[in-house]
Design a protein around this ligand. Structure first.
Ligand code: PA5
Length: 461
């Protein structure tokens, strides 16, 4: 049988007790059943549950592989335009599995195109740098990804990129190099794609942005980068099977969801995702969106934070060890890293570290991990560990799915709808009003009034 990822929650005791854990099991199982039976809040957005299996056997998947392979072989640069759920999954997976300096290496070394991201901010400086790359590169493809097609950041980035692509290649060739991933029927991007004749892929109606990495949103650009998306989906499919287990010892999603909610009940309201491999930085960013947008509502939710160790042990380590006690950690433990080296000997031993000569960097990293875990535990920081046998497509697919499933269960345990994001609209309304968007006149008038009463005048010279 294939190996599974596992959750070790030994170091969350005594911050939760055996009695609490046992007493909570029924509630956690009920939350899982609610999700699986599709009877909870937001149940029109749970299409991600069977996505790996459906995607693997779909005709669309064959098409994705074809277009992905075209971009991989013919493209020197792929620009992914998107934000939030239309960006973070691809960024997380490509950073985790491609060479850490992928974009700095020639295609002869990497085999595939450079991957750059646009439309995930409103910075003109960022966009200018993207345009510079488009202009300097022979063969450029663009994947414009937006379910609504009206999200400000990617929309205004794409306007510029489209113009530059058409100037570079002419309208007809540019249209062959732009692929739109969007809603099946509605939305501005669907209309634009039809008008311009772009190839398109569909974001299913019943999958929200932050759960969409295994739809064409993530699968196409990840395939275009040369990563084996079939293995990624197979890993997720495997996890979709074992995360239906009712036996807690066999279901990492159920355990993770239950333990983090018990910790919250015991006043641990901030969770820090920890990695010891820099390539996992964006996995944490993806995870933060997943849990932040799913749970942070109605005055509830665990605050999701992240650190990259051992780097951040030299910045945040002091706080975690010794600061206010309301945090818990979840450590991503990669049992076998992608690569390893051995520390070389230096007989002068000026740094006093000759005792490490001959040891592998991974052995030292793992000892740093174990030492930190014990120190933080003794400093009263509950710790969980997620064990991944290796960092590859199969286990990463499992991890993505386990986090998604746990997020659904956890949201129901918390008593929120984990599949909506009403809070995201607040800043947009104000921004549009301030920018005089037609139709926002009333909001603008209210805002102008409000601005008069907002705190002001407390500025240093
Ligand atoms: O998770 C979400 O729903 C959001 O993060 C969206 O993905 C993000 O706002 C982008 O939306 P769209 O794909 O419609 O451009």
């Amino acid at each position: 049988m294939e190996k599974k990822i596992s959750v070790d929650y030994s170091f969350t005791f005594p911050f939760i007790t055996e009695e609490q854990f046992d007493a909570y099991k029924d509630e956690a199982l009920k939350a899982m059943e609610t999700l699986e039976n599709g009877v909870g809040a937001g149940n029109d957005f749970i299409g991600w549950r069977n996505l790996p299996t459906e995607m693997l056997k779909s005709d669309e998947f064959k098409e994705i592989l074809e277009v992905g392979n075209e971009i991989y072989t013919k493209g020197d640069l792929l620009i992914c335009v998107g934000i939030g759920g239309s960006y973070l999954g691809t960024k997380a997976v490509t950073e985790a599995l491609l060479h850490p300096f992928h974009n700095a290496l020639p295609k002869s070394k990497t085999g595939g195109p450079k991957i750059l991201f646009a439309g995930q901010n409103i910075s003109g400086s960022w966009l200018k740098a993207i345009i510079d790359e488009i202009e300097a590169t022979d063969s450029v493809y663009v994947n414009n990804i937006s379910k609504s097609g009206t999200t400000t950041e990617p929309s205004i980035a794409f306007r510029y990129i489209k113009n530059v692509m058409e100037k570079k290649y002419g309208k007809v060739e540019a249209a062959k190099r732009i692929i739109a991933t969007t809603d099946a029927k509605k939305g501005a991007l669907r209309k634009l794609a039809t008008n311009e004749g772009y190839r398109t892929f569909i974001i299913p109606d019943d999958v929200g942005g932050r759960f969409s990495v295994l739809t064409p949103v993530g699968i196409l650009p990840i395939a275009a980068s040369g990563i084996d998306v079939k293995k990624l989906l197979q890993g997720a499919e495997y996890a979709s099977q074992y995360t239906t287990e009712k036996d807690f010892a066999k279901n990492p999603a159920l355990v993770y969801a239950a333990v983090r909610n018990l910790l919250l009940k015991n006043k641990y309201h901030t969770e820090i995702l920890v990695n010891y491999e820099p390539c996992l930085h964006y996995l944490s960013e993806w995870w933060k969106q997943l849990y932040g947008e799913s749970e942070g509502k109605d005055g509830k939710g665990i605050f999701p934070a992240s650190v990259d160790f051992t780097t951040d042990l030299h910045s945040m380590g002091q706080w975690i060890q010794d600061g206010q006690r309301f945090i818990f950690e979840i450590v991503l433990n990669i049992e076998k890293p992608l690569n390893d080296l051995t520390v070389v000997s230096d007989p002068d031993d000026l740094d006093g570290l000759e005792f490490l000569a001959g040891k592998s960097y991974d052995e030292i990293n793992k000892n740093a991990q174990q030492g930190t875990l014990i120190a933080h535990y003794e400093g009263k920081v509950p710790n969980m560990k997620i064990n991944m046998p290796e960092l590859n497509e199969f286990y990463l697919g499992q991890l993505l799915y386990v986090f998604e499933k746990a997020c659904g269960i956890s949201g129901y345990l918390l008593g929120v709808n984990p599949f909506d994001q009403p809070g995201v609209e607040a800043y947009k309304k104000n921004m549009f009003a301030l920018l005089n968007k037609p139709g926002y006149e009333e909001q603008k008038a209210t805002l102008d009034e409000k601005m008069k009463t907002l705190p002001s005048g407390k500025v240093t010279e």
